[in-house]
Design a protein around this ligand. Structure first.
Ligand SMILES: Cc1cc2nc3c(=O)[nH]c(=O)nc-3n(C[C@H](O)[C@H](O)[C@H](O)COP(=O)(O)O)c2cc1C
Length: 318
């Protein structure tokens, strides 16, 4: 897998399911990832965990993200990921949520670069598909370990390292410090470094590449309600990276927008029934951002509970 010059959809728990990923792929995202799935869960409760790992052929290249604290479990789970047909495995070493870090996984691994290397090595040896690692700056604001953790991961065979340059303690506050992405790339000029964090508007992607020299850009929150952001970036990014085909129009027309939103809900309903429609409430709130009347529309979303009420709401508002 070559990540160079790619626009990557970030893993977002509860959001980047197969339906949303496909919409992003169709609109210029080059690579997508599942949300994080527990390695232990995959081994002990495969049926329950598989729902996080559903994907469709037309998403490819698609990676699965695992979290866990044990090299043995990550290694075994990585085999399952290959057997499920994924193109690569990503290991989460950045999740700041207490439920994950209390078990020694996610951002907790940043406090222990050696463990980061052992976990990566276990995955690389057993997966036989590329293994990537996603990290933050460090576990605490005072102790930034990203260079050591990245070194351990690369030495253990990681195909790429993604850096979201905030510490665990920062959660999502403050700004992502892109200078750290630059420092990581300078430290590992021959390795693949993926930059992530606060890419908000299309021009930010090329700006991040220009400022940091990173090989690829990962976008999370800016894609919420805006899967078209990737094709807008693709247009702006061509000069900077020189790869990929330009998509004809960056901004969707009103009709195109409406049709994608309808398709999003219909596909969610096909997969998950009315539960999928209830999940669409948050997407509708995101899709409506910046449109006049959005606040009133959001207040009505609790009544969107069937395919008919979804279609009616979309028909009325978009
Ligand atoms: C709601 C939400 C869920 C997230 N879930 C995950 C996850 O499952 N795995 C992961 O590695 N990062 C997760 N992240 C972090 C994002 O992948 C990304 O690193 C972060 O949001 C910064 O990028 P952005 O500024 O482009 O959003 C999540 C972030 C948010 C806001």
């Amino acid at each position: 897998m070559d990540f160079r010059g790619k626009l990557i959809l970030a893993p977002l728990a509860g959001i980047t399911d197969t339906t949303f990923r496909l919409l992003c792929r169709e609109n210029g995202a080059d690579v997508v990832l599942t949300e994080m799935a527990s390695a232990k869960g995959l081994l002990l409760q495969p049926e329950r965990t598989r729902r996080f790992l559903e994907f469709r052929e037309d998403e490819r290249p698609v990676g699965a993200q695992l979290f866990g604290a044990s090299p043995g479990e990550i290694g075994e789970a990585a085999v399952r990921i290959r057997e499920l047909g994924f193109d690569f495995v990503d290991i989460n070493m950045g999740c700041p949520v207490r439920k994950v870090t209390a078990g020694g996984a996610g951002a907790a691994i940043l406090a222990n670069p050696r463990l980061a290397g052992e976990i990566t090595g276990a995955a690389v040896r057993s997966a036989r598909i590329p293994v990537t690692v996603k990290i933050r700056s460090g576990f605490g604001q005072e102790s930034e370990t990203y260079l050591e953790v990245a070194r351990a991961a690369f030495d253990a065979g990681a195909a790429a390292v993604t850096l979201h340059p905030r510490s665990r303690g920062q959660m999502f506050s403050g700004c992502a410090d892109w200078r750290q992405i630059g420092a990581l790339k300078r430290e590992f000029p021959d390795r693949i470094v993926i930059g992530n964090g606060d890419v908000r508007v299309p021009a930010d992607a090329s700006r991040m590449i220009a400022l940091t020299g990173c090989d690829a850009v990962m976008v999370g929150r800016a894609a919420l309600g805006n899967p078209w952001i990737f094709r807008a970036m693709r247009k702006g990014q061509l000069a900077a990276v020189g790869t990929g085909a330009a998509l004809p129009h960056a901004a969707p027309s009103d009709a195109e927008r409406k049709s994608l939103i309808l398709r999003h809900g219909e596909e969610m309903h096909r997969r998950l029934g009315d539960a999928g429609i209830r999940e669409m409430r948050k997407h509708l709130a995101w899709y409506s951002r910046g449109t006049p009347g959005a606040a009133a529309f959001r207040a009505e979303l609790v009544r969107v509970e069937s395919l008919d009420s979804f279609r009616e709401a979309v028909g009325r508002f978009f």
